[in-house]
Design a binder for this molecule. Structure first.
Ligand code: FES
Ligand SMILES: [Fe+2]
Length: 424
């Protein structure tokens, strides 16, 4: 499918009232991490999501509110508000709002006034799971049950989450996430290692199977005369990707066999937050603080890799991601440190919203094309009053990604059945 500029806008814009914006507003999406509102009555947090400005706060009872950013009275910013006694109090004239957006106190009006009963601010429901606060920003009548991915069911000691700001449209990030071919190139961090599974075959065959929640696809690499390396990815509508790290780069069993994924959540059309999650594939391994830190630093997004007090990377477009041309010449394919940072350099460097009408897609872009078609189908579904794919948790609750080395000639769908069964 050729993506004209018109289709590109339809795919990428997610503000209120846009076709894709209405699609995103049919799903529960992460709005922030639990750690951002760790304490009851702690400081409120600014949230910008799908081009809407909001404020999150955890009230005295531990409930998380996600409300519009401006006070109902004269639109003062509630970010400066006092989070106290089960509500967020505007510091301009003292009006106070609960997590549902109701005005519960209006000290600037006389005590007999009933005015406050007619005043409210917009609020969105929240659901806390997997280290994230999720929200649903669509019509109440269409609200699906809360999310139920396998990673949300893994015990806390087996699961971690983080987030990273990305200076480009959400779809560029998602498309990078479901593009397995680039890992043979962009993520080759050891040019001298000729045994890396992904370098032995740099043109994987992609086979996409559409499902009720999105799609699953196998990327098959011929790594020797008698063996294939198969990675099975999951794409959950509208913007989540999952894959496995069961093997290390040379094909040996990983010390910490894990399943990993990302959800790209639009901040606005030119920025997004990537929610990163990880959980262990079985109950024999917990993820220690050290494991998690090592992994996050390897990807380039540990706390010390961020601009302090933010979720934005120190390596960014303004400093060319600290590319080292000597390292690029002698050691790694990109010369940029951090796996995640390598992705950002390429995705952000395309421009805020890439010109898809100018692309030349090849055989390894099949999954990307399938995602675009499915997303466009979802805009048509919502416009016709139908629920888009992937809103029903029962459809995806029992699938997971995987990777395996198999004898050549064995059909990959049969060979991966067992490793794709959920454990949690
Ligand atoms: S603007 Fe918030 S109380 Fe007046
Ligand atoms: Fe990547």
């Amino acid at each position: 499918m050729h993506i004209t500029q018109e289709l590109n806008e339809r795919l990428t814009q997610t503000g209120p009232g846009t076709p894709m914006g209405e699609v995103f507003r049919r799903y529960w999406m992460p709005a922030l991490l639990s750690e951002e509102v760790a304490e009851p009555d702690g400081a409120p947090v600014r949230v910008r999501m799908l081009s809407e400005d909001l404020v999150a706060f955890r009230d005295s009872a531990g409930e998380v509110g996600l409300v519009e950013a401006y006070c109902a009275h004269r639109r003062a910013p509630l970010f400066f508000g006092r989070n106290e006694e089960c509500g967020l109090r505007c510091v301009y004239h003292g009006w106070k709002f609960d997590t549902q957006g109701n005005c519960v106190d209006m000290p600037s009006e006389p005590p007999y006034s009933k005015f406050r009963l007619r005043v409210a601010i917009k609020s969105y429901p929240t659901y806390e799971a997997g280290g994230m606060i999720w929200t649903y920003m669509g019509p109440t009548a269409e609200m699906p049950p809360p999310p139920n991915y396998e990673w949300l069911r893994a015990p806390a000691a087996h699961q971690r989450a983080s987030k990273t700001g990305e200076h480009c449209n959400w779809l560029q990030g998602l498309e990078g996430g479901i593009d397995t071919a680039h890992s043979s190139f962009a993520h080759n961090n050891d040019l001298s290692n000729k045994n890396m599974l992904r370098s032995l075959d740099t043109h994987p065959t992609l086979e996409v199977d559409l499902t009720d929640y999105g799609f699953t696809y196998g990327s098959i690499r011929n790594i020797s005369d008698d063996q294939s390396f198969v990675r099975v990815y999951q794409f959950y509508m509208p913007s989540q990707q999952a894959r496995a790290f069961l093997l290390n780069w040379n094909g040996e069993k990983n010390k910490l066999p894990s399943l990993d994924g990302h959800i790209w959540v639009p901040i606005d059309d030119e920025n997004c937050y990537v929610y990163n999650w990880k959980y262990t594939a079985d109950d024999t391994h917990e993820i220690s603080d050290e494991d998690w830190h090592d992994f996050e630093h390897f990807t380039g997004r540990a706390p010390e890799d961020m601009i302090p007090g933010t979720y934005w990377l120190r390596q960014h477009p303004g400093n060319d991601y600290l590319i080292d041309r000597e390292v690029q010449r002698t050691k790694t394919f990109t010369g940029i440190s951090g796996l995640n940072t390598q992705d950002f350099a390429l995705q952000e460097g395309m421009g805020s919203i890439v010109r898809r009408d100018l692309e030349a897609l090849g055989s390894t872009d099949r999954a990307i094309q399938a995602a675009r078609e499915m997303l466009l189908e979802a805009t048509a579904d919502v416009e016709a009053g139908r629920a888009p794919k992937g809103t029903d948790p029962t459809k995806y609750a029992h699938v997971r990604p995987g990777e395996i080395v198999i004898p050549k000639g064995v059909p990959w769908r049969d060979a991966t059945k067992e490793i794709l069964e959920t454990v949690w």
